[in-house]
Design a protein around this ligand. Structure first.
Ligand code: SAH
Length: 273
């Protein structure tokens, strides 16, 4: 197998986005969450959405469009500019992907528990990863490793024709399948139960790969399932994690760039039933 190499840094248009100086949020961090690390005491602001959300749980279905508008506005303020991603996040009802008891918090800028010790990623993390992966491209076929409750796959499926998603925990796979069979996401994501560390060889090459769990090292096999010119984004590291962007530049060359500091749930081998 060819070894990915790291050529000297060349112009990647992605820059590390500015850290927001917004007011500190109320500290809604989940111990093992998929979030950006802003510094020892900083947490991405929950924004105005949280106060509004707390008044609305009973009517969330009716008011969620407004909450999503606020969420999207906040994402723009946080430096997300990709209109495809923003429109998709305006469309997908995030509250339908979390437990009913957490639905009122679905539009906060926070990761939330989805059971089995896993989390749905912070909206900013979802938006940022997809925007970076798709920058300057119109991917036709994308692979997501770590479907969790299916939210990120549903967002992707709003603007990518072929979305494949893999989940290794049976209970979450079942949950994602249910979530993705309803509403606007119906039938748009090809979900499979298995170990995503192997990728999906029979569907490769992909125009983009997004990994929603952190490995100590990004599995090399995934890099080989990228089409030439395509991008993979994934968190990497154990205690200190960073988002890493790989772009395949040729049959046996990849360009690697380190992006934001983050904290993700771990990428694990095998399956859990
Ligand atoms: N994409 C989700 C995030 C889910 S959290 C969202 O929309 O918010 C990360 C998920 O990765 C967990 O559900 C975890 O079970 C899964 N995961 C970890 N290792 C995996 C592997 N090897 N293959 C597939 N899924 C994996």
């Amino acid at each position: 197998m060819n070894k990915p190499r790291n050529p000297p840094d060349r112009a990647f248009r992605i820059s590390r986005s500015p850290v927001r100086s917004s007011a500190l949020g109320p500290g809604y961090s989940v111990a093992n969450s998929n979030t950006r690390i802003l510094g020892p005491h900083k947490q991405a602001s929950a924004g105005t959405g949280s106060s509004l959300a707390s008044t609305l749980p009973a009517n969330l279905g009716l008011n969620s469009d407004r909450l999503r508008t606020q969420m999207v506005r906040r994402l723009r303020e946080q430096g997300i500019t990709d209109d495809r991603v923003l429109a998709a996040m305006q469309t997908v009802p995030r509250h339908d992907f979390v437990d009913q008891g957490l639905a009122s918090r679905a539009y906060e800028d926070a990761a939330l528990p989805i059971g089995y010790g896993q989390t749905i990623s912070q909206p900013w993390v979802v938006a940022y990863m997809l925007a970076v992966m798709c920058e300057g491209r119109a991917p036709q076929r994308v692979l997501e490793i770590g479907a969790g409750c299916g939210y990120q796959a549903a967002v992707l499926a709003q603007f990518v024709p072929e979305v494949y998603a893999v989940e290794r925990i049976r209970g979450l796979y079942d949950q994602a399948r249910l979530n993705l069979s309803q509403g606007r996401s119906r039938g748009r994501v090809r979900l499979s139960f298995g170990d995503g560390m192997q990728g999906l060889e029979h569907r490769a090459p992909f125009d983009g790969i997004v990994v929603a769990a952190a490995g100590v090292k990004i599995p090399e096999v995934l890099l080989h399932q990228l089409a030439i010119g395509a991008r993979l984004i994934a968190p990497e590291g154990a205690t200190h994690q960073r988002l890493i962007l790989f772009e395949r530049t040729g049959p046996s060359s990849w360009h690697r760039v380190e992006l934001e500091d983050v904290r993700f749930v771990p990428l694990r081998p095998g399956t859990q039933t």
